[in-house]
Design a protein around this ligand. Structure first.
Ligand code: FES
Length: 105
């Protein structure tokens, strides 16, 4: 089974089994991590912000201007590895992905 290795805001580490093919946001939220996802994945709230490590970051589709604008509007630290997890569809090649939930804005 595919896995996600995620660190929550409080530093707690989670090993998550991926059973479906939804977005990263939905998988992380279902696993109980501190992902609010206030807009339910409409790319409008940035409360699903995560930092994604290489080499997985490079496997993702490039960030859209809309995603970047939402991140910039959030007011929190934006890094080169920042992504909105609702904009990342689960792909088989993401098995083993390592990520950290971004601090609250
Ligand atoms: S859930 Fe709102 S931007 Fe991702």
């Amino acid at each position: 089974m595919a896995k996600i290795f995620a660190t929550d805001r409080d530093g707690t580490k989670h090993e998550i089994d991926v059973r479906d093919r939804s977005t990263l946001m939905e998988i992380l939220k279902q696993a109980g991590l501190s992902i609010e996802a206030l807009c339910s994945g409409c790319c409008q709230c940035a409360t699903c912000h995560v930092f994604i490590e290489e080499p997985w970051l490079s496997k993702l589709k490039p960030q859209t201007d809309f995603e970047l604008a939402t991140l910039e509007g959030e007011g929190s630290e934006i890094r080169s590895d920042s992504r909105l997890s609702c904009q990342v569809k689960w792909l088989a090649e993401l098995d083993g992905i390592v990520l950290t939930v971004a601090p609250e804005a």
